[in-house]
Design a protein around this ligand. Structure first.
Ligand code: SF4
Length: 527
């Protein structure tokens, strides 16, 4: 049977443009993509070719990020460094996809497809701009080819100066040290926390996976749409700086470069990082730069959750980055968990103030297009009285970068692991007094395309917190099903007790609010 091709199908365009709309919001194109993929096979997914996440500290790889990572055989990369993405194991799965089978490791997508009419990531990732254009070549391939990915995520090793509550030895060298000297956390019900046998190559050690990466990267780089560096803390690895410098020497003007940073690297690394970002942007060596940084609580609560963090330093560094760079973005990644509840609204207020200061306000463009002099003294002050920051980025700098209309954003993923930090451990009081006002705050401060465009929260940002509220309400408000949350609270109580003992912290200092004090008392009583 002949394989389908992109040209055989009708694709909806972006209104007012000749470009195909590759967003997941375009239902017509999502349906068309799913139908086209299914003509090759019910398990066919472009991400198996176009996307890769590589954990070079442990020598693991997967594509996309949903399946469990598998080990990259050393003999394969010795013969062919592209085996970082093209292991024999992965080629077997690609052939299964081309032959009408569904690889079992992709069960995340099969559960969605079999249990609902929703689109799985198989469709959305295949429609994505980093996959779409490669459809015809991939559909006509044998599965045995070595291919270059378009979307690459890498971590060098687990070197990090933090040991966040929801992290572990695989991603934090400070966690590794603690577990090595004090053992795992022994918690009731579902067993302990942060057992690990995984061996990591350390930053100072020769690592054959990183050697293979540097052999492969010069050629792979020219095919990339997105490169994202994660950790550990990437700014504590010499390889991150080597990679940025290599892009200065060998530019890829269509590359979107992203780095996840905890925002508090030691010494002068932050300034060096900002200088390199500016050189990359000014030299047009990359297309875009996005900084992802994590915070899911405010002040001492954030420092407790992200052990090692200096919260004031984090704020100063993020503001310095926004102020001292142009045409860059910052996304605050808020891994929302039960210990975020009491201070999350304060974090939202801060993110909103950054949006107001740094995002391009759509009403300026509207007024300008209506023939107004938006720079005049008559108009600007009236527009800016709502801004809480006294120092505004100049209007000309903001308006000249219309493409950078949203330099600040927030993403709020739900923490399911470790289970004792799951938001459904919350009491009804926490939901009523803390989470509901936070959701309310986001929806009261939505960005409105008719006036304060980009300077409020986007609907998709607020909707994520709303979904967390509704799903946790089900547990907190269901006295007939009390078993699961109390077990979580029992485990959480044991975790914070052990955390305070080992690290010299104090939950009463970190979470002084009366509502959190009552929550911890509830946890203690269920122990
Ligand atoms: S089928 Fe789903 S899990 Fe598998 S690679 Fe594609 S998006 Fe990822």
């Amino acid at each position: 049977m002949s394989k389908p091709s992109l040209a055989d199908h009708e694709w909806a365009k972006i209104p007012g443009s000749n470009n195909i709309d590759l967003s997941n919001d375009n239902t017509h194109n999502m349906h068309t993509m799913r139908d086209m993929l299914n003509k090759t096979g019910p398990g066919f997914c472009l991400a198996k070719w176009t996307q890769v996440s590589m954990h070079l500290g442990t020598g693991m790889t997967h594509s996309c990020h949903h399946p469990t990572p598998h080990k990259i055989p050393l003999d394969e990369i010795a013969a062919n460094p592209s085996a970082l993405h093209n292991t024999q194991f992965k080629k077997t799965l690609r052939k299964q996809m081309l032959n009408g089978e569904r690889p079992s490791e992709c069960d995340y997508c099969w559960r969605i497809e079999d249990g609902s009419k929703e689109f799985s990531d198989r469709t959305s990732k295949s429609l994505n701009q980093f996959s779409f254009g490669d459809h015809d070549i991939i559909a006509h391939s044998s599965g045995d080819e070595d291919v270059y990915p378009r979307y690459m995520e890498i971590s060098w090793n687990n070197t990090c100066n933090f040991k966040c509550a929801y992290c572990g030895p695989n991603f934090s060298s400070r966690w590794t040290e603690e577990i090595a000297t004090q053992g795992h956390y022994d918690l009731p019900h579902h067993g302990g926390y942060n057992w690990t046998d995984d061996l990591q190559y350390l930053e100072r050690e020769q690592n054959p996976y990183i050697d293979a990466f540097w052999q492969w990267f010069p050629a792979a780089s020219t095919h990339l749409h997105t490169l994202r560096i994660t950790g550990g803390e990437p700014l504590m690895s010499k390889h991150t700086f080597r990679l940025m410098e290599s892009l200065l020497e060998n530019p890829n003007p269509s590359l979107e470069l992203a780095i996840n940073s905890n925002g508090c690297p030691p010494d002068k690394l932050w300034q060096r990082f900002i200088d390199l970002v500016n050189q990359l942007i000014d030299g047009k060596c990359i297309k875009k730069f996005i900084l992802y940084t994590s915070a899911e609580a405010w002040g001492t609560a954030s420092e407790y959750l992200r052990h090692g963090m200096d919260f004031d330093l984090w704020k100063r560094n993020i503001e310095q980055f926004l102020h001292d760079t142009r045409e860059t973005k910052v996304t605050v990644m808020s891994a929302f968990n039960v210990l975020s509840m009491s201070s999350f609204k304060s974090l939202l207020e801060y993110v909103l103030s950054l949006k107001k200061q740094y995002n391009h306000n759509g009403m300026f463009a509207y007024l300008e297009s209506s023939g107004m002099d938006v720079n005049s003294q008559l108009i600007r002050p009236a527009m800016t009285t709502d801004f809480s920051h006294t120092e505004l980025v100049s209007f000309s700098a903001r308006s000249s970068a219309a493409e950078w209309s949203t330099r600040v954003g927030i993403d709020i993923p739900y923490v399911r692991q470790p289970d004792f930090l799951d938001p459904k451990a919350a009491t009804l009081e926490l939901l009523n007094q803390c989470l509901m006002p936070a959701v309310d705050f986001m929806f009261r401060n939505l960005s409105n395309p008719d006036w304060n465009c980009n300077t409020g929260f986007e609907v998709w940002e607020a909707s994520k917190l709303k979904r967390i509220f509704t799903s946790t309400l089900h547990y907190a408000n269901n006295p007939t099903n009390p078993q699961y949350p109390p077990k979580l609270r029992d485990r959480l109580w044991c975790f914070v007790q052990e955390h305070d003992r080992r690290r010299g912290t104090d939950i009463n200092v970190a979470f002084p609010d009366p509502v959190m004090q009552r929550f911890f008392e509830q946890c203690r009583s269920e122990h």
